[in-house]
Design a protein. Structure first.
Length: 335
């Protein structure tokens, strides 16, 4: 069978392949030879807050951004632990805390007590190596420094599951070390090891059952449904049945989001393909451009050859035929 370049065409000839799909040929070959197109590829993440890569891109910034709105001088940093003798294991403790909303109810009880004026709060869940949870709770109150301490006596009244440590923020450097500055430094930007990874028992649980963080008036993140902000593609990937964290985390990077457009911004076509991102990078052989991602400039013939090199990419080529202004005018023929 002749190559794409030999036929001056972007698709296989239906007469040769036995397909009834239309083949498209350029009327103006000088246009298709000369027009430059920009091809960009993006990793489709799993969107889980428990995925290190996806958390860093989205949720980590959300937490740091929320905390940076606090007045650090009047913020209390409280560590909440769980006693091992109260539960069978870490899973049992986690289910109890989720079912009874223990952390959020603790803050609500503090507010209702009248002893503390709570302005805002954020909690973050982490893990001990053995699979037991602990929590970092940040509470903004109306008094600064040591004068605003909630006190262990009052905290223990509403947290009876384990030990409590309360501290206040001594200075701005202390605060930046906790929450980061423009997402480049800080506690939540550092490698957390096992503290930020789901325990072995937890990866078998259904997504959405183990929250990583919570806050006052913060909507719950829908696990696995926000993938690199390509929501239309993401909708096609979400199964109606529940999935485990293990399935979701393993899916990260298994697909690629591709954008094809004219360099002058004349049109852009976006589509997801079932090609692992690591493989797409190799076959595209593009360059990483800040603000654009993985990029390669191609002529229309080069693009046609690239998109027809793998079955998973061919649907992009067919979709391009419907785009006005793509590589000059085409005629449609059927074999």
């Amino acid at each position: 069978m002749s190559s794409i370049s030999d036929r001056e065409s972007g698709v296989n000839n239906p007469a040769e392949s036995g397909s009834s799909s239309p083949a498209f040929y350029p009327r103006n070959k000088s246009v298709i030879r000369s027009q430059e197109l920009r091809v960009r590829g993006f990793k489709c993440g799993c969107g889980s807050v428990w995925c290190p890569a996806c958390f860093k891109k989205r949720s980590q910034k959300e937490i740091s951004g929320r905390l940076n709105s606090f007045n650090y001088r009047s913020t209390r940093h409280i560590v909440l632990t769980v006693r091992r003798d109260l539960f069978r294991d870490g899973k049992d403790a986690t289910e109890f805390i989720r079912k009874h909303k223990v952390v959020a109810n603790m803050v609500h009880n503090l507010r209702r007590s009248g002893d503390v004026h709570v302005i805002d709060w954020v909690w973050v869940r982490e893990w001990h190596r053995e699979g037991w949870p602990h929590f970092h709770l940040f509470v903004e109150v109306d008094k600064e420094g040591a004068a605003g301490m909630i006190t262990g006596e009052l905290l223990r009244k509403y947290w009876s599951l384990g030990r409590i440590h309360e501290g206040y923020i001594s200075n701005r450097n202390h605060w930046l070390n906790l929450v980061g500055y423009f997402g480049k430094k800080g506690y939540f930007e550092k490698g957390k090891g096992c503290q930020a990874e789901l325990p072995e028992w937890a990866v078998k649980e259904n997504t959405g059952t183990i929250r990583r963080f919570g806050a006052m008036n913060l909507q719950k993140i829908d696990e696995g449904k926000k993938m690199v902000n390509h929501n239309e593609f993401a909708k096609d990937l979400i199964e109606k049945t529940k999935r485990t964290y293990e399935v979701v985390l393993e899916s990260c990077g298994k697909r690629t989001w591709v954008k094809v457009g004219r360099d002058d911004g004349g049109f852009v076509l976006e589509m997801g393909v079932d090609v692992p991102y690591i493989e797409f990078k190799k076959i595209l052989n593009g360059a990483w451009v800040a603000g654009f991602g993985l990029v390669k400039m191609m002529s229309c013939l080069e693009l046609a050859e690239f998109l027809n090199s793998r079955d998973e990419l061919k649907k992009i080529w067919w979709a391009l035929q419907e785009v006005e202004g793509f590589c000059g005018e085409y005629i449609s023929e059927r074999g």
